[in-house]
Design a protein around this ligand. Structure first.
Ligand code: T3D
Length: 264
């Protein structure tokens, strides 16, 4: 069943295939973040989490940009106390995205700058238009990376390349981002929606519980010893091993048919 929910600064729509499309919708301001937009994103992620019909969330931007990061004109108060601003606006949005526990895809249609770049990095997958541009932006205005960029960028491309991008405020095109392993797919602009829909459709078929545990294991792993990683794998396997989806996976194998996973 197709659903649409009304927000002021984003579009939120759940398609019949179980994919929720979240579109940042301030195209005249290159979809830059305001407090209201960040609060609406957090609300949309909570909604997607609670709706069992939603299997995958795609995030994109209206118009020519994905997101230009913080709106540097909209809220002068924020600039006086960045620590509180980040903690009370960006962090709730990013934690709501993390807590979704469903596959997330950034469809990067154009420029992704500053915290807009961070938002793309915070998603599980990135599909980029060849015309997309990844702009660290922070260094150019003498700030440090925020909104999770300091952890998510080196996770994807390694410390050396991350420091090169951030230290030199170097931009990457969509093609370069693909070559650097920062995005999962790159394509001509007119194929972007189809490529993203194809990936989201595949993700909508995976076993939800196994996916969220797999993501959790991969995120924790770099900080662990082998023994600790083995213990976490055992605990997660113990949980997914008693799920209905695991029984369905085994039955589908025996019956030589595609599985139908329910998330239970
Ligand atoms: O509150 C805090 O500050 C803490 C939070 C920090 C998180 C952050 O995200 S910090 C980083 C903030 N973002 C930036 O510094 C990016 C600034 N913008 C740019 O570097 C470039 O505009 C872009 C690379 C995004 C796009 O370049 P381009 O050449 O495609 O477009 P443009 O001509 O530069 O911009 C078009 C218009 O959008 C222009 O306005 P105008 O001249 O037509 O009236 C430009 O000023 C405006 N614009 C672009 N980015 C922002 C913006 N207006 C407000 N805030 C923006 N972030």
């Amino acid at each position: 069943m197709e659903q649409a929910t009304r927000f002021q600064n984003i579009l939120y729509e759940v398609k019949p295939d179980g994919v929720a499309w979240v579109t940042l919708n301030r195209p005249d301001a290159l979809n830059s973040f305001t407090g209201d937009l960040l609060a609406e994103l957090a609300a949309a992620f909570h909604q997607a989490r609670q709706n069992e019909e939603v299997r995958v969330v795609v995030i994109t931007g209206a118009g020519r940009a994905f997101c230009a990061g913080q709106d540097l004109r909209a809220n002068p108060d924020a600039i006086n106390d960045l620590k509180t601003w980040l903690k009370t606006t960006y962090r709730p949005m990013l934690m709501a995205l993390q807590d979704l526990a469903k596959p997330t895809v950034a469809m990067v249609n154009g420029v992704a700058a500053g915290a807009g770049f961070s938002l793309a990095l915070a998603c599980d997958f990135r599909v980029a238009s060849a015309k997309a541009r990844f702009v660290p932006a922070f260094g150019k205005i003498a700030l440090v990376p925020d909104s999770g960029m300091s952890i998510n960028l080196p996770r994807l491309i390694g410390y050396g390349r991350a420091l090169e991008l951030l230290g030199l405020s170097r931009d990457l095109t969509g093609e370069e981002a693909f070559a650097w392993g920062l995005v999962n797919r790159v394509c001509p602009p007119d194929e972007l929606v189809d490529k993203t829909t194809e990936l989201a459709g595949q993700l909508a078929q995976v076993a939800p519980l196994a996916f969220s545990h797999t993501k959790d294991l991969l995120q924790r792993a770099p900080l662990l010893t082998l023994n600790e990683a083995l213990a976490l794998e055992e605990a997660a396997q113990g949980r997914v091993g008693s799920s209905a989806d695991f029984r369905e996976g085994l039955a589908a194998f025996e019956e030589k048919r595609p599985p139908r996973f329910s998330g239970k």
